[in-house]
Ligand binder design. Structure first.
Ligand code: SF4
Length: 187
């Protein structure tokens, strides 16, 4: 048998093997990442009290592996936007997001962050997804701590099912890539 007949079969098996290991690595990284979230709480308004309640002992967010708030975006991989964002703050929020390393995720905490809430006026950003990609929206004014934990578990499920690579620090996740496409299409 000529070498040219063997080569494609060997290549296919090699690719299959790489696919298998890639899937295993992705699963392992997803598992590790979803249970070791470092939160940057961008708290601006009354929802901040609910965030404190979620972090305190009764609801205890640390049970879900999201225990440590980080006040430097460079040390955080989960941006929790907690409260009303006015237009003057929008560039600051965007800069904080950009300073976080990939892979990173965003949660809109409460209706103000999700859609502007009842502040339907010229001064308030009508949803943070106008400037940064959002992975999970938590409704409520303010949301109950149970809702926040529910949202966190949804995010963990999402992280667990995403494709992870060892060297993907420069790669935006699927939500961010979709947001980028929507912004460039002007939607
Ligand atoms: S959603 Fe309600 S509780 Fe939260 S910041 Fe807005 S007004 Fe305050």
């Amino acid at each position: 048998m000529a070498d040219s007949d063997i080569a494609p079969i060997l290549t296919t098996r090699h690719e299959e093997a790489m696919g298998f290991f890639q899937r295993m690595v992705s699963k392992g990284l997803g598992w590790a990442r979803k249970y070791s979230l470092f939160t940057y709480p961008y708290a601006t308004a009354c929802c901040g009290m609910e965030y404190m309640s979620v972090a305190a002992s009764r609801h205890d967010i640390s049970r879900f592996g999201a225990e440590f708030p980080r006040f430097s975006p460079r040390q955080a991989d989960l941006l929790m936007v907690v409260g009303t964002i006015n237009l003057k703050q929008a560039p600051i929020l965007k800069r904080v997001y950009e300073q976080m390393c990939e892979p990173k995720w965003v949660v809109a905490f409460g209706v103000c962050a999700s859609s502007g809430g009842f502040y339907d006026n010229y001064a308030v950003l009508q949803g943070i997804d106008r400037i940064i990609p959002v992975d999970v929206y938590i409704p409520g004014c303010p949301p109950r701590p149970e809702q926040v934990l529910d949202g966190l578990m949804m995010l963990q499920e999402k992280i667990g099912s995403q494709v992870h690579r060892i060297a993907d620090r420069g790669q935006p996740n699927a939500t961010a890539a979709h947001h980028e496409r929507m912004l460039s299409a002007g939607k």
